[in-house]
Design a protein around this ligand. Structure first.
Ligand code: ADE
Ligand code: ZN
Length: 335
């Protein structure tokens, strides 16, 4: 069964590139760039990765990102993730980046983007992994700050497929960014948003009806509202669920308590993703294995999760059909 998960070609739709910064690379970059860190060993860093909620995680995640200064740093970070993605048989990935973490520290937007893009382009050529890049606005910062970040992205419309919303959710509803998402849409960007991770179902409604997003990131709190579940089911709005992230950030106490089984039973288009794998100690296949083991998922459910990851991706129809055919062939070969 382990082989089955490893072998299935899949897409990853919810991964923050800054959340893939492994402590080994963090320490290397700290030295290369002469940035002081409060950890001097990998073990010390890992030991500090204990979170009580999203906010406590974000503080550590922003702190780690301070070692990223130059274009090659962003390249090396992204390349390291792509190597992990290949090990996990990820054939297509849609990566979030948080430019405001960097521009606030004086790192130019173009430095961040060029480094990430160079690695993604090499990933396509050398690893056969296709990718899209999604720019996330930090929701605990102002709408004006998000709008000026969007302005910086406009000349790079060909390099950035869409926009998203991440950061500290509670108290920062999607509606705060209505005008930013409207402008992004008019400029041709697709959109997604984190909603219903820690925040209430109403934030998911707002993401759908005010921001008009194409996917919901997390969305696990949707089950608190029957009408919302019906809407998500009817429109097959994808939920990019990150099971082990939810446990690490205490959205659920244990993986056995996660509601992924109910989300699937409700007929929702759920996929499994890693979110911030370096901080949670788990890449995408670890997440598949965790939900399989804790929830007794069989091959057909695992296959459905992998299928959903491709269906919910922003690949064009031809690419999607090709990837889905590869998936079905791989699953049939494993029988
Ligand atoms: N940024 C990185 N990971 C995040 C998460 N799980 N929720 C919100 N913002 C994030
Ligand atoms: Zn996330």
């Amino acid at each position: 069964m382990q082989d089955f998960i490893d072998r299935l070609p899949k897409a990853e739709l919810h991964v923050h590139i800054e959340g893939t910064l492994e402590p080994e690379l963090m320490l290397q970059l700290a030295e290369r760039n002469a940035v002081g860190l409060r950890y001097s060993t990998v073990e010390e860093a890992r030991a500090a990765y204990q979170f009580s909620d999203l906010r406590s995680f974000l503080n550590i995640y922003y702190e780690g990102a301070r070692v990223l200064l130059r274009e090659e740093d962003f390249h090396d970070l992204t390349w390291a993730y792509l190597l992990k993605a290949r090990q996990n048989n990820v054939i297509h990935t849609e990566i979030f980046f948080d430019p405001q973490i960097h521009t606030e520290r004086g790192v130019p937007f173009d430095t961040v983007l060029s480094g990430i893009r160079a690695a993604l382009d090499a990933g396509r050529r050398e690893l056969d992994i296709t990718s899209h890049l999604l720019l996330c606005f930090l929701r605990h910062l102002s709408a004006d700050a998000a709008m000026s970040t969007l302005e910086q992205a406009l000349p790079h419309r060909d390099a950035i497929l869409g926009v998203g919303l991440d950061g500290s959710e509670v108290g920062n509803p999607p509606s705060k960014f209505a005008s930013v998402f409207e402008r992004a849409r008019k400029k041709g960007f697709l959109s997604v948003a984190h909603a219903g991770e820690e925040g209430p179902p109403d934030y998911i409604w707002q993401a759908l009806d005010v921001l008009r997003v194409r996917r919901i990131d997390h969305g696990v709190r949707c089950l608190e509202n029957r009408r919302l579940v019906e809407r998500l089911r009817r429109d097959q709005v994808p939920l990019t669920v990150c099971p082990l992230s939810n446990v690490k950030l205490r959205v659920f106490d244990r993986i056995e308590d996660h509601n992924i089984g109910q989300l699937l039973e409700a007929g929702l288009c759920v996929s499994v993703n890693s979110d911030d794998p370096a901080y949670f100690g788990a890449y995408v296949n670890d997440n598949y294995r965790a939900v399989r083991d804790a929830h007794g998922l069989g091959r057909s459910e695992i296959l459905r999760l992998a299928r959903n990851s491709l269906v919910a991706s922003f690949l064009d129809d031809t690419e999607k059909r090709r990837c889905l055919a590869d998936l079905e062939a791989s699953a049939a070969g494993a029988r």
